[in-house]
Design a protein around this ligand. Structure first.
Ligand SMILES: [Ca+2]
Length: 246
């Protein structure tokens, strides 16, 4: 009887350990972005600094989500494109690096006018010394080797009609990326030049992954990097999810 109990106990103890081991090719199916519907308070900040500011929450300057989406409240002076760039305000969510793979970014954006407004987004990989400025151009201030851009997009003329439009794009995180950078950042950026103009973001998600790129035959060095990057990234990512997903 005692032997049966002992073996049962051993199985019970071992089962979670075995099932918790990272299976790098298995789809995760989870959303990298926390609170993609913009329901929780946006932390007001003009800079996001690695190692100082929190992951898994929205940081922004001059954005309100009182209406259930991220609405830009700052009205710039408009004018030429350079002025519009300076009038930009960004909303950022940074998360610990997810595992390597191909990811799908989806979001809703609402913009009134193409010629006097800017609305764009970028997926950035950051190292542990990166600083993102949330006013003006987020990549304008000497980020150097601390940042690698893996995706960018913007609202185009035909979509700048004051209505909500859905945008989506695939981007990839390679095993080398996952081993070289500490964080993934989604930066949503916009400007307004008149109070009556709309600038909003909502329903943001980054979902994944189909695992590493199946079209590529991994070389031994790539496999080692993948295992290292993937395991480190998965550990950090799960930690991030556990800390900030409630
Ligand atoms: Ca919402």
């Amino acid at each position: 009887m005692r032997a049966v109990r002992t073996s049962t106990l051993l199985i019970l103890l071992l089962t979670p350990i075995v099932s918790a081991a990272p299976v790098l090719h298995e789809p995760l199916g989870a959303d990298v972005i926390v609170d993609g519907n913009l329901n929780n308070p946006i932390t007001s900040a003009s800079v996001w600094t690695a190692g100082v500011d929190a992951t898994g929450i929205w940081h922004g300057v001059d954005y309100s989500n009182a209406a259930g989406y991220a609405e830009l409240t700052f009205v710039g002076s408009g004018g030429n494109h350079r002025q519009q760039e300076q009038d930009q305000r960004s909303l950022v969510q940074v998360c610990f690096m997810p595992p390597p793979g191909t990811y799908l970014l989806e979001l809703l954006a609402q913009v009134s006018d193409y010629t006097t407004q800017i609305a764009s987004w970028q997926v950035l990989l950051l190292d542990d010394s990166a600083e993102l400025s949330l006013t003006g151009d987020p990549l304008d201030k000497g980020l150097g080797g601390h940042v690698r851009k893996v995706d960018k997009g913007r609202v185009k003329r035909k979509e700048a009609d004051g209505q909500w439009h859905t945008f989506s794009a695939d981007f990839a995180i390679s095993p080398t990326d996952a081993a070289s950078y500490e964080y993934l950042a989604l930066v949503l950026t916009g400007s307004k030049s008149e109070d009556a103009q709309a600038l909003g973001f909502d329903s943001v998600s980054i979902t994944a992954p189909g695992g590493t790129d199946e079209a590529t035959t991994p070389q031994p060095s790539t496999i080692i990097l993948f295992a290292l990057g993937g395991t480190m990234a998965l550990t950090r990512w799960v930690r991030c999810r556990m800390a900030y997903s409630h």
